[in-house]
Design a binder for this molecule. Structure first.
Ligand SMILES: [Zn+2]
Length: 803
């Protein structure tokens, strides 16, 4: 018996040590600094790609090993004469400008007194080895003191990184690890540096900020030196997730119980664990790989200070054995949570729209979705209807995609709907049967005048009666048919120019709030869109809001069927393209319905918003917050949000200026060609420039559009332009001098603008291009007769304030 017991221990011990993510997680949560590994260091270099950290004088203490590895260390330079610094120079102009905007300098050169390092890239062990190979000066007394002071900080930071650290410890591949440093800078306060080989931009520098989305203000972000110099290939997708089969059951208390099955197609050897993301409201109760139960690891503390913190929460499934290239594996998750919130009065809000099932990046996949909901509710989702039935108290709805899509959405409600079939496509529009309390006008006390003259006999002069008036409850079905017709006709027009949409069925459904979202085959449209204009809240009774909710929102989300769902963007620098293309497509629908003036009015409003002054500054405009390619980094949570104004407003202007330059037909052909070339693939901003140049007329200045993109896309500026003209001489020798003066712009801001000269007897205007700059730009034109009109970039041809 004794030998058998020993054998059991021998068999189980290594399994516990290597295989339990929970055990690793608990080691990380109890991580302590190691007083025996505290050293006085002098001139210790920590080169990390483009960053150089130099510990001039001070103490460095390592954390106790986890699985034999040193994953954290603390530098302390609090004695007189102690010092350390970090130097970093972003490799391109745009990132130097970004760093300068946040820190006042295009390069980082900052002294610091203390720093916490976390590493799963092996740097901890390398550093320790380096120290031990010299003349190490261990100082356990100082170690004990520092361990007491800073262990909590180190533990907190490790806790934020615990899912990633567990993943890296299990995978045991330092080349895919992270190097993270939190500095306490002499002049800049606390700031962070991250080097992560698995990100498209491996270096991120910035500061925790409650004013920025994700709780982090990125100062600079770029590919690291070795990736730029191609010493390392950008990490290829190690596995894709395909063939999602999701069965979801909605309980009467709105808990969604889900079984998600997916096939992992493996491209590179994967060992240890696989990381997935899911809405924080969803709990993963179990997972299986090829039918075998596997461990699920999720961070214990939901509060994370992790860089790039998103609405998604990562979790790991622990692989029983490595996945080999070329193999496929079935992964099954059971998860449940409250991702649907009641908005009142039988109206529901889907809170987790992109992440209600586990994802691992977004891959084009087929989806087979089955929903069981209480029978008084209806479900709509991405895909064609495969089944609709009632079983006892349940309604069963099954949807299947007719082509691969990157994500699938759903919506629930008590609906009424209209179906339209056109050119092989089914458009279904669903409206709520009732309106949520948030959109119902409150009852008001009003004075009703007396119906007739006051009677003499009453003795009291009554003016009227105070009565309480409850306004009629708005009907959220009132625009259902009109909306269905508008969506169908915009889908038809877009299909005729951009090619067929990705899916045969497009379903539009309401969502409480002031936004929309366009999933493949499923649109969420603000419940406001469904109300007649006069029944919308008082604050929305403006022409701009009418245009937004009635004309732009549905068309914008419809256009995302192509821009965003079929053609995708490579990195966050290119995301603007999808929004700008979707919004400009919506503006073209507006132009078709309401005329060119309506389009120009919308653009003028965007321009005025771009020129609004940021609340934190007296002079900086929203547009000057940064180039459109900074994407989400422009997103702030306070006051005016530059990201929104720049992405949608300036993005639309960029598209409009390109259209004016190339003409309507070429512009529409370009959109069709983008879809042809980039369907099921990402398009970058540079690829977009190339295709736009290809469709621009030849012989114009800046025919590769490099100057256009440098100024409008990679730069900032909304100039004030003034046109003046002078006529000398008489027919047939008229000399016209045209001058464009630019002001309110940086000296380097320089754009090509067309001047249209109309002369009697000529149908087409003469077009002269001028390049603006700090000095006035002039051109002389010889004419036979004096012009009837000289105009600068007519038809809202340039994003500028006209003087
Ligand atoms: Zn959009």
């Amino acid at each position: 018996m004794a030998t058998r017991g020993l054998l059991l221990i021998l068999l189980t011990l290594p399994l516990i040590a290597a295989d339990s993510a929970a055990a690793l997680g608990s080691q990380l949560r109890q991580l302590a600094l190691d007083p025996e590994a505290c050293f006085r260091v002098r001139d210790l270099e920590i080169p990390r790609e483009d960053a150089n950290i130099h510990l001039t004088d001070g103490f460095l203490i390592f954390a106790k090993p986890v699985e034999g590895r040193r994953i954290a260390a603390v530098f302390s330079g609090n004695e007189a004469g102690d010092d350390a610094e970090i130097l970093l120079r972003p490799p391109n102009r745009s990132e130097r400008a970004a760093l300068s905007a946040s820190t006042g300098s295009p390069n980082l050169n900052e002294h610091f007194r203390s720093a916490v390092f976390i590493f799963s890239d092996g740097s901890g062990d390398t550093l320790l080895k380096q120290i031990l190979s010299g003349v190490p000066k261990p100082n356990p007394e100082m170690g004990a003191l520092l361990a007491g002071l800073t262990s909590d900080t180190v533990r907190n930071l490790c806790e934020s990184f615990q899912v990633r650290l567990v993943l890296d410890l299990l995978a045991n591949d330092p080349s895919d690890g992270v190097f993270y440093a939190a500095f306490s800078g002499a002049t800049l306060g606390n700031f962070d540096l991250l080097h992560d080989a698995t990100l498209p931009e491996q270096i991120i520098l910035g500061q925790v900020s409650d004013q920025h989305v994700g709780g982090f203000n990125v100062w600079a972000s770029f590919p690291s030196r070795s990736f730029r110099q191609s010493r390392r290939a950008v990490a290829v997708e190690d596995a894709t997730m395909e063939n999602y089969r999701i069965q979801a059951e909605l309980q009467p208390d709105l808990t969604l119980n889900v079984s998600t099955r997916v096939t992992a197609k493996v491209r590179e050897r994967l060992s240890g664990a696989l990381a997935f993301e899911l809405a924080p409201q969803m709990e993963v109760t179990s997972a299986r790989v090829d039918g075998q139960p596997v461990e699920v690891f999720r961070r214990e503390s939901m509060r994370s200070k992790l860089i790039g913190n998103r609405a998604n929460d990562p979790f790991l499934i622990i692989l029983p054995q490595p996945f080999l290239p070329g193999t496929s594996h079935e992964i099954e998750f059971q998860h449940s949570g409250k991702v649907i919130r009641p908005a009142g009065n039988n109206v529901y809000f889907v809170a987790a729209r992109t992440n209600w099932y586990p994802t691992r990046g977004f891959h084009f996949s087929n989806f087979d979705l089955t929903f069981r909901v209480p029978k008084e509710l209806s479900v709509v989702a991405t895909g064609d209807i495969a089944e609709e039935s009632i079983e006892g108290e349940w309604r069963i709805s099954r949807r299947r995609t007719s082509a691969p899509v990157r994500m699938a959405g759903f919506n629930v409600g008590v609906y009424e709907h209209v179906d339209t079939t056109r050119a092989g496509f089914l458009v279904q529009v669903y409206a709520n049967r009732s309106v949520e309390p948030g959109l119902q006008a409150r009852s008001q006390q009003v004075l009703l005048p007396q119906p007739g003259p006051a009677t003499r006999t009453s003795g009291v002069r009554r003016v009227g009666d105070i009565v309480s008036v409850t306004p009629a409850v708005p009907d959220p079905r009132i625009r259902l048919s009109a909306l269905a017709a508008e969506i169908t006709s915009s889908l038809e027009w877009m299909s005729s120019h951009f090619g067929p949409p990705p899916l045969r069925t497009l379903t539009a459904s309401p969502i409480p709030g002031n936004f929309g979202q366009g999933f493949p085959g499923l649109l969420y449209l603000s419940t406001i869109t469904f109300l007649s204009e006069k029944e919308r809240p008082a604050s929305l009774q403006t022409p701009t809001n009418f245009t937004f909710y009635s004309e732009i929102l549905y068309a914008h989300e419809t256009a995302h069927q192509w821009w965003g769902n079929l053609v995708t963007s490579g990195t966050y620098h290119d995301d603007w393209l999808q929004e700008a293309l979707a919004n400009y497509s919506a503006l073209m629908i507006l132009e078709r319905r309401k005329g060119a003036r309506a389009l120009e009015t919308a653009l003028e409003e965007y321009r005025n918003e771009l020129r609004l002054t940021l609340p934190e500054s007296k002079t900086k405009t929203a547009e000057s917050a940064g180039p459109i390619t900074w994407g989400m980094r422009l997103h702030t949570l306070t006051g005016i949000d530059p990201w929104r104004l720049i992405t949608y407003g300036k993005g639309s202007w960029i598209m409009h200026m390109l259209r004016r330059r190339m003409g309507d037909n070429a512009f529409l052909s370009m959109l069709g060609e983008i879809r042809k070339r980039y369907a099921y693939a990402p398009i970058s901003t540079e690829q977009f420039r190339e295709i736009a140049a290809e469709f621009s007329p030849k012989g114009l200045p800046d025919d590769d559009l490099v100057n256009f993109f440098d100024n409008w896309v990679y730069g900032t500026g909304v100039p004030t332009l003034e046109l003046s003209s002078r006529i000398k001489g008489k027919s047939p020798n008229v000399d016209l001098e045209v001058t464009v003066r630019q002001s309110n712009a940086a000296d380097e801001f320089s754009i090509d603008v067309p001047v249209e000269i109309r002369v009697p007897g000529q149908a087409k205007p003469i077009v002269q291009w001028l390049r603006t700059g700090p000095e006035p730009a002039s051109v002389h034109v010889k004419l036979r007769v004096p012009p009837t009109k000289v105009e600068l970039a007519p038809g809202a041809g340039v994003l500028a304030q006209r003087k």
